[in-house]
Design a protein around this ligand. Structure first.
Ligand SMILES: *[C@@H]1O[C@H](CO)[C@@H](O)[C@H](O)[C@H]1NC(C)=O
Ligand SMILES: *[C@@H]1O[C@H](CO)[C@@H](O)[C@H](O)[C@H]1NC(C)=O
Ligand SMILES: *[C@@H]1O[C@H](CO)[C@@H](O)[C@H](O)[C@H]1NC(C)=O
Ligand SMILES: *[C@@H]1O[C@H](CO)[C@@H](O)[C@H](O)[C@H]1NC(C)=O
Length: 936
């Protein structure tokens, strides 16, 4: 088979003869000399060493050989891909050994859906896709009956940092950014390949989310960060089952000089922050470097052309000057290893991927690309690109926007993040890809698909959403002849899903990489739950867009078409059945029941709002350490500030109160409102052991602290007992944090201070803690001092000590429903299905009391709080009512705050993607806090 993966346009033989050309020329030229001058003359030349020695011929020859490589066009492929193509990663020892037939699949092939097909793959390649009705029988094949389950290509993540870092993260293995004064902000010459640790356990976790290929990039500290490389997420896949970097590479088996290359670049805040230059300075640094590379490329081209010509004509003087030492002492073809990658960019051989968020930065980069003549493959992150789709399109470069669906607000250049960005970009014809930026729990690449699902729920059409994590990134990276599709001739990377991939919590039942199954086959036998298509958030029907003013102008409103109510006391309980109606008068529910019953309570009849699939839920309650205290986490001037680690935590006078710092407005509040989150508990931002006293705030629009913005001044007293508590003067160790906590709680009993209240159990004590051993310290504390109401926030490793927590009656505000073992103190965190038991299931089966929240600094995610709960419940097989309670009643109960009387009416089911908040009512004063249409 030879070299199965060489470009079709430049077939094996043709390439060989190209590479041989200089040799053939050399022989021809030598022959001509011999004929013309006689053998003596050449030997004279060589022995006298006067002009041209044998070594010099070699130098010329070597130069010309390099010229062929340097100036070769980038690998190209013709389409369609041949069905009998071989997978260069396949080997007879460790590769897929038996053909597999997936019978009766619903296939998304990377482009569109095909119903009821059989998919045959062998030797790591998809061979045939046929209609199930034609019932093919393949001798010796493993047949997997799918009964209509959805199969997609393995997902492609075009931005990940696993393998160059590793889980759990250590200082010793953080090889993501080359930051060093000696190399500075331009490091195009470093390679992610040289940082890869072929053991990173995150790889297996990522594959379990269906992500089979990832572009591994250096970080974004540098203007040019270095070369990136594509891997398949399959550890120890080679013949010897060893930790081998080469065997991870997508292009393992492809000749090294025909492999694709990628450059990571960055503009905007990161290089600015790390090196202290302005944008002007960064642009100059880049342009000056590109000019050097351009000069080198031009000198190379001149040399290559002159050398070929001189060789052909046999012009000895020219040859001698080409291989002789130049003014800089360099002999032969000019090359600089330092500039090799950048010259490759200018030659179109290295794909350019730029971390770039803001319109002005993207415009500037496009300017540089035009000045120096290179193409930008993709802008990454690019959270403001939705504002300038035409500017991006006008570049003519078909630039992919590789972005986040909802991650944003964390820094100035991420503050313009728009939940409808995918929809907007798509409508302007811009290719959109979602990517993880995988480093830790918050960017876990395992959940790449949930971004496509989120984008879909905010208006990106179904097929575009599925392409955004399959064929679009594959095409952008120039590897769409192998991955991103399920078609004959493509690598057999396939995922079988338990539900529609764009629905909440869709999880792989099986993931094949190069035709090899990577999950236990039992999952496929046990589940068969494919359900229908998820929805998008709707634009309000005519008339409803005036909803707020209509309702405000009249006291009475009747909403019909309610399918389900999750309300409980103090609201009326809904009778069972669909087609219910809800009557609201001055913000109070006066009727929740059959249409006929409720209509009689409503006048005038014009105030009827007819929904298709209405749902009524209590307002959800979020727990946060930033909402209302920090607007943009990376900008100090937008924050109340962290609690100083210098304060003596034993002195109750030093306790910080969030109620004095809260500003109840901001972009995260918008997101909270469209997620039906009406209240939040926010604790002071800790920077060590002591946090302070949390406040209960409302998320409704136009609230101030004088105007009902705070529903409870003091909710709980917060401390941190984890790696995060280390380092301050009074708590240099985690053990001192525990000792201080015991002191505070044991020595203040009966006192009339905040510590006294905590010691007496009059206010809950929330401990932010993750590690199971630290958690057991808190169990012990509770055993020694039963009066204290201990609550644990975070609690990633709690499933390991669930029995002890249940016995000690310590409730949790759990943040690891989709957690990750990304640090040492969380190394035993369950990653959840399909690799492990669901942590939620473990906690609930052990009868631990818990509610759900997002990890710190996740306020950007508040629109998804209900989805998170629903997903967690789905993972654990819990009811939808339990899901709602996890983010409402359980939190209220655990923190001892009054039961919320807020209620929220949705069009659609808010436990699935795509439901809109139609109306949100503050139960305390009956005011309307949100109306359709929603802010984004
Ligand atoms: C394929 O699966 C669907 C869904 O379960 C089923 O309705 C159909 O009968 C199956 N077709 C065949 C040929 O087995
Ligand atoms: C632009 O890229 C997208 C996806 O990467 C691809 O589908 C499309 O064909 C490309 N358009 C052109 C004009 O090359
Ligand atoms: C949890 O509570 C249920 C209901 O009270 C009980 O049946 C079950 O045995 C308990 N489980 C454990 C592990 O204690
Ligand atoms: C909040 O104030 C703005 C500006 O005055 C107004 O447009 C908006 O309707 C108000 N929202 C509510 C829910 O009252």
């Amino acid at each position: 088979m030879g070299l199965p993966d060489l470009p079709v346009k430049l077939p094996h033989k043709a390439l060989r003869s190209r590479l041989l050309l200089p040799y053939l020329l050399l022989i021809a030229v030598a022959f001509l000399y011999w004929r013309a001058l006689g053998t003596h003359r050449i030997i004279d030349l060589i022995t006298s060493g006067s002009q041209l020695s044998q070594v010099d011929w070699n130098l010329l020859d070597a130069g010309l050989t390099r010229c062929a490589v340097l100036r070769a066009p980038p690998p190209q492929y013709t389409f369609p891909v041949s069905a009998d193509r071989e997978n260069p990663r396949w080997s007879s020892l460790s590769g897929q050994s038996k053909p597999v037939l997936l019978r009766n699949a619903t296939l998304f092939d990377g482009d569109s859906f095909q119903e009821s097909v059989d998919i045959l793959f062998e030797r790591g390649v998809v061979r045939k896709i046929t209609s199930t009705a034609s019932a093919q029988h393949i001798e010796g094949a493993i047949v997997q009956e799918l009964n209509g389950l959805i199969v997609t290509p393995g997902l492609v993540d075009m931005h990940s940092h696993h393998l160059v870092g590793s889980w759990p993260s250590f200082q010793a293995t953080d090889d993501i950014n080359e930051i060093h004064p000696s190399t500075g902000p331009l490091t195009p010459f470093v390679r992610a390949l040289d940082s890869i640790k072929a053991y990173d356990p995150a790889t297996t976790v990522i594959a379990s989310g269906g992500v089979t290929s990832s572009l591994i990039l250096p970080g974004s500290a540098n203007i040019m960060g270095g070369e990136a490389v594509i891997v398949k997420n399959f550890l120890k896949a080679g013949d010897h089952g060893e930790e081998n970097v080469e065997e991870l590479l997508l292009e393992h088996g492809v000749p090294k000089d025909r492999r694709r290359r990628y450059m990571k670049m960055a503009c905007g805040e990161n290089p600015r922050r790390v090196y202290g230059h302005t944008r002007m300075g960064n642009a100059w640094i880049l342009r000056e470097h590109l000019a050097r590379a351009k000069d080198l490329r031009d000198r190379q081209d001149t040399w290559c052309l002159s050398a070929a010509a001189a060789k052909e004509s046999g012009d000895l003087a020219a040859i001698s000057s080409l291989v002789g030492p130049g003014p800089d002492g360099h002999r032969g073809l000019p090359e600089e290893l330092e500039l090799d990658s950048t010259v490759g960019i200018l030659r179109g051989q290295v794909g350019v991927n730029i971390h770039c968020y803001e319109p002005e930065d993207m415009e500037d980069m496009i300017l540089h690309s035009e000045e120096f003549g290179f193409r930008i493959q993709a802008f990454h992150h690019s959270l403001s690109s939705w504002k300038v789709p035409e500017l991006i399109k006008a570049s003519g470069q078909n630039i992919t926007i590789a972005t986040f669906a909802d991650f944003g607000l964390y820094k100035v250049e991420g503050y313009e993040s728009n939940l409808q960005a995918g929809k907007i970009l798509h409508e302007h014809g811009i290719p959109v890809a979602y990517k993880s930026d995988h480093v830790g729990e918050g960017t876990n690449a395992k959940y790449l698909l949930s971004q496509a699902a989120t984008a879909h729920s905010f208006g990106l059409p179904e097929l575009a959403a599925l392409r955004s994590v399959t064929s679009v990134p594959a095409k952008s990276l120039g590897v769409d002849h192998r991955i991103g599709h399920v078609r004959p001739g493509y690598d057999a990377d396939l995922v079988i899903w338990d539900s529609h991939p764009l629905s909440v919590g869709a999880t792989p039942l099986q993931v094949y990489i190069d035709g090899r199954p990577t999950l236990s086959t039992e999952r496929l036998q046990s589940v068969n739950t494919y359900t229908g298509k998820p929805n998008m958030r709707l634009d309000p029907p005519k008339g409803v867009d005036q909803l707020c003013s209509r309702i405000k102008n009249s006291q009475n409103v009747l909403i019909t078409g309610i399918s389900k109510s999750y309300l409980d006391l103090p609201h009326p309980k809904a009778p069972s059945g669909e087609g219910l109606a809800i009557a609201i008068n001055s913000g109070k529910i006066t009727c929740l029941g059959k249409y006929d019953e409720c209509i009689s309570t409503t006048t005038p009849s014009s105030n009827v709002i007819a929904l298709q699939d209405g749902h009524v839920l209590p307002g959800l309650t979020a727990f946060s350490t930033t909402l209302g205290l920090v607007e943009i986490p990376s900008e100090k001037s937008t924050s109340d500030g962290p609690v100083s680690p210098k304060l003596d935590p034993l002195n109750p006078e030093n306790v910080v109160y969030a109620k004095y710092g809260v500003h109840p407005e901001g972009r995260a509040f918008d997101r909270a409102r469209i997620g039906g989150v009406t209240r939040a508990v926010t604790a002071p931002i800790p920077d060590g052991f002591l946090s302070g006293v949390s406040v209960g705030i409302k998320t409704g629009q136009n609230r101030s602290i004088l105007d009902g913005g705070i529903f409870q001044d003091d909710v709980a007293l917060h401390f941190v007992v984890s790696q995060e508590s280390k380092g301050s003067e009074d708590t240099p160790t985690v053990s001192t944090a525990i000792a201080q906590l015991r002191k505070i709680l044991f020595e203040n009993k009966g006192k009339d201070t905040i510590y006294g209240k905590a010691a007496n159990g009059e206010i809950p004590v929330v401990i932010h803690s993750q590690n199971k051993h630290d958690i057991l310290q808190l169990v012990k504390l509770k055993r020694d001092h039963g009066a204290v109401k201990i609550v644990i926030y975070g609690a990633s490793e709690a499933p390991s000590v669930a029995k002890e927590l249940a016995a000690a009656d310590i409730p949790l505000i759990f943040t690891a429903a989709h957690g990750a073992p990304d640090t040492w103190e969380k190394k035993d965190t369950l990653t959840g299905p399909p690799l492990t038991e669901s942590p939620i299931k473990v906690l609930s089966e052990a009868n631990v009391t818990f509610g759900l929240a997002f990890p710190p600094e996740s306020d950007w995610h508040l629109h998804s709080l209900g989805i998170e709960a629903s997903w967690a419940a789905k993972d654990a097989g819990l009811s939808s009512q339990t899901a709602v309670n996890l983010v409402s009643r359980n939190i209220e109960h655990i923190l001892d705050i009054p039961v919320s009387r807020d209620f929220v009416i949705y069009e659609g089911n808010p436990l699935e993607y795509g439901a809109n908040v139609v109306l949100s009512v503050d139960g305390d004063d009956g005011s309307i806090t949100t109306c359709w249409p929603e802010a984004q």
